[in-house]
Design a protein around this ligand. Sequence first.
Ligand SMILES: *Cc1c(COP(=O)(O)O)cnc(C)c1O
Length: 372
Amino acid sequence: MQSFLPPDRLLLGPGPSPVPARVLAALARPTIGHLDPRFIAMMDEVKELLRLAFRTGHALTLPVSAPGSAGMETAFVNLVEPGDTVIVCRNGVFGGRMRENVVRIGANAVMVDDPFGQPVDPDKVQAALRANPGAKALAFVHAETSTGVASDAATLCRLAREHGALSIVDAVTSLGGSPLEVDGWGIDAVYSGSQKCLSAPPGLSPVSFSEAAVAAIKARRTPVQSWFLDLTLVMGYWQGEGARAYHHTAPINMLYALHEALLALREEGLEAAWARHRAHHLRLRDGLEALGLSLPVAPAVRLPQLNAVAVPAGVDEAAVRRTLLDRHGIEIGAGLGELAGKIWRIGLMGHGSTPENVDRVVAAFGEVLARG
Ligand SMILES: *Cc1c(COP(=O)(O)O)cnc(C)c1O
């Protein structure tokens, strides 16, 4: 065995996205102590930069030391107690995982199902909220990476608020790639991931909780069943002036990387990043349509950072992906769940969303499909 040297890959799948050199360079800087005052000062900057990216003033905004799935679990285990009712919207794979979280807590998941490939239907959500007065929370995925569909988070959060329910929003794929307004839409609990539109390596999950969410955590009748994800304990390390209590050893170098990735996002400007993702999505759409390929998601709800492409009849979905990887060094995603074999998923996330990458993947598709 010898040192591992990863092959050259262009990551145009559902995440991870390409990590820019400046972020990799930050990752390689010397490790210092996780209670070093200089490190704690950097942590404060990470929280401030995350508030800019989430567009929130929420004090409880921090990166959980684990991937997006842990951010999901953090939201559920802290806000939901055994016996609570949660309305869970499922229009893709990740809504199904939200249900798993609720059920494992011993709470009651009321499902609002929409077909994979469609957004969450606000009328169905309103009916579910009316039928379940006292529901603790409404949970939905803002940007469904499994299908490439955006749901109307502003409307869904308003409905939750009108019915006295907290909103739990999966923004793993939306953060940094398409409009997300945590304060503007009144989101109570939101979680994301470092490896999608932020273009840092995987392993951190930015989260943010409103004052109403913090009040609900403080009013719990039962202790949070996860010791590691219990925010009342995590806060001892991430909040407060000066001295911080040891909770776990923070992934120090990953936090350097996230800090650098967030600085890059701030330099570009959040709205400029959203516009860039949108422009390159349109360029990709035009290129694929010129090849005779079609995008099955309705234009109004397409995610610019995750493009579902219909697999034409008679084409071997997996063989195309294999050739793209082996011959062109390009990774794209397969369909998940009920869309397996039916779609490809082309991610144009973060640093991966460039005109050069669009042209490269379109040219590669043209070549692979022409060879048959
Ligand atoms: C990627 C993703 C997750 C899970 O994130 P991990 O970092 O893989 O744990 C959750 N929700 C959505 C919408 C995602 O795209």
